[in-house]
Ligand binder design. Structure first.
Ligand SMILES: [Zn+2]
Length: 155
């Protein structure tokens, strides 16, 4: 249910896995999610208030509906620094590497104007990412939509 938030978190470079990989209807699903969180030192983000309560320290209840408000919640808790980093694939969570010229040339959706852009590649999805356009749009949404905590000395 937090798929968009998951994509944003990956754009911000956070190692994020989705509960979708677990079979729906699995009666042990909730326990399994908490086990994974404990075992892999992850935080479980959920819109299920009861599950969040059960998870205690391991889980966070995400109440807002809009993704920017969801990110704000994580920023307020000091869990997330809201910057686009392009270090991780937004689809599969794989670490991105710099794209090779051949990969850029073979990608239909690559931009025509490439000067001053940096390109990254997901070896798993064969997906091309670059600074500018989409990344800038997301960065602007974060800049406009998210209030960062004021650090001591910044005021
Ligand atoms: Zn990928």
């Amino acid at each position: 249910m937090l798929g968009t938030l998951g994509r944003y978190l990956r754009f911000m470079g956070y190692d994020t896995i989705s509960a979708n990989s677990i079979t729906p209807g699995n009666t042990r699903e909730d326990s399994l999610l908490l086990e994974i969180a404990a075992h892999e030192t992850r935080v479980l983000l959920t819109r299920d208030r009861d599950l969040a309560k059960r998870g205690g320290e391991l889980a966070i209840f995400i109440n807002p509906v809009s993704v920017l408000n969801q990110i704000q919640e994580l920023v307020d808790r000091g869990l997330v620094d809201p910057r686009i980093r392009l270090t991780r694939c937004s689809l599969c969570n794989e670490i991105l590497r710099r794209a090779r010229d051949r990969e850029i040339l073979n990608t239909r959706y690559a931009p025509e104007q490439r000067a001053r852009l940096k390109f990254y590649w997901c070896v798993h999805c064969k997906k091309l990412y670059w600074t500018g356009s989409h990344a800038d749009d997301l960065a602007n949404r974060l800049k406009i939509g998210i209030q960062r905590p004021v650090l001591p000395g910044e005021r």
